[in-house]
Ligand binder design. Structure first.
Ligand SMILES: Nc1nc2c(c(=O)[nH]1)N[C@@H](CN(C=O)c1ccc(C(=O)N[C@@H](CCC(=O)O)C(=O)O)cc1)CN2
Length: 309
């Protein structure tokens, strides 16, 4: 059997970003509005700093305003809530993003709930989760599941009716919204997690397998149905030689792996996302899309089709 098609998330994300840039220019021309995203980072988490810088750079590249708020790790929760109140009230801010994880002394749910739902560029607010779960229009969809769906559609076409989909992982920001999106697309959806009985057998039934469990290379090649579409959401940093290998790792050197054992899975799947270069780049591209969509809604302009599920 031929190896799987590699789903090039980096290339798809570049195309999506170009479409967002066109949309931004069109909104400026038609309504005189420049979309703006407030990017809030609390603390010095190294990975978060990298992601936030990428987001701020992307906003500027696409012609949008980036309102950067980099706050100290010991910022009081009440001060963060007050900042969000100010951003909620600022008409130049169409979207608000609070980079996660937040420092432990801050209640994440309380902070996310404070963002007004129409500026919730991440789609994490319970109102947006509720709109998505009840299939109502206007939901802002979380970026990673939205990006994953766009890659699935690009691979399999828009008609996913009757396909068996398995979502491995039940987080509020990936697993649950991903399952809702696939359900809305008329897939038969199973949600699985670390406690699921006979997980390999459950996975083997899936035409579409989305792995978002945060465990390096957990999904093995023989868990995959031949020809399945595999979307690997995991981004795990491991010692350079990797897990499950005998040789010692070079001290200090790391590499990224997904939740799927890629070298095994690529021999069985029909199509698969790599890590890096698969779902990851779609997360930031979809944040740009959600910001444009929020600005369009605020201006009474049509919302880009890819954001209006
Ligand atoms: N408020 C949010 N916080 C977090 C989110 C989120 O969507 N909203 N997601 C993650 C981190 N994240 C964006 O914030 C993110 C993760 C990974 C990538 C990405 O492009 N990954 C690359 C590899 C990058 C590397 O070399 O380290 C890839 O997979 O190709 C982008 C964004 C947690 N927090």
């Amino acid at each position: 059997m031929a190896d799987a098609t590699i789903i090039d998330g980096k290339a798809f994300a570049a195309g999506l970003r170009a479409r967002v840039a066109d949309g931004v220019a069109a909104l400026k021309a038609s309504h005189g509005v420049t979309p703006g995203l407030a990017v809030v980072l609390v603390g010095e988490d190294a990975a978060s700093q990298v992601y936030v810088r990428s987001k701020e750079r992307a906003l500027v590249e696409l012609g949008m305003n980036s309102f950067d708020h980099h706050e100290p790790a010991d910022m009081a929760e009440s001060d963060l809530l007050a900042l969000i109140d100010r951003l909620n009230a600022d008409p130049a801010v169409h979207g608000i993003l609070v980079q996660l994880p937040l420092p432990r002394h801050i209640d994440t749910q309380k902070v996310l709930a404070r963002i007004v739902p129409e500026k919730d560029a991440d789609g994490f607010h319970v109102v947006n989760a509720g709109l998505l779960a009840t299939g109502q229009p206007g939901a802002i969809v979380p970026c990673t599941p939205l990006g994953s769906l766009l890659l699935i559609r690009d691979t399999l076409g828009r008609d996913l009716k009757g396909k068996r989909a398995l979502v491995l992982g039940r987080s509020n920001i990936v697993g649950k919204p991903m399952a809702q999106l696939l359900l809305q697309a008329d897939c038969t959806v199973t949600m699985a997690h670390s406690r699921t009985a006979d997980l390999p057998a459950e996975c083997r039934r899936a035409d579409i397998l989305v792995a978002a469990v945060g465990r390096p290379e957990m999904v093995r090649g023989d868990w995959i149905k031949p020809g399945a579409t595999v979307i690997d959401v995991g981004i795990n940093r491991v010692p350079a030689v990797g897990i499950n290998r005998v040789a010692a790792a070079e001290p200090g050197k790391t590499r990224l792996v997904g939740d799927v054992a890629f070298d095994e899975a690529v021999k069985v799947a029909g199509a698969i996302t790599p890590v890096p270069g698969g779902v990851g780049p779609m997360t930031i591209a979809c944040l740009m899309l959600n910001t444009l969509a929020a600005a369009c809604r605020a201006a009474g302009a049509p919302v880009p089709e890819e954001a209006a599920l």
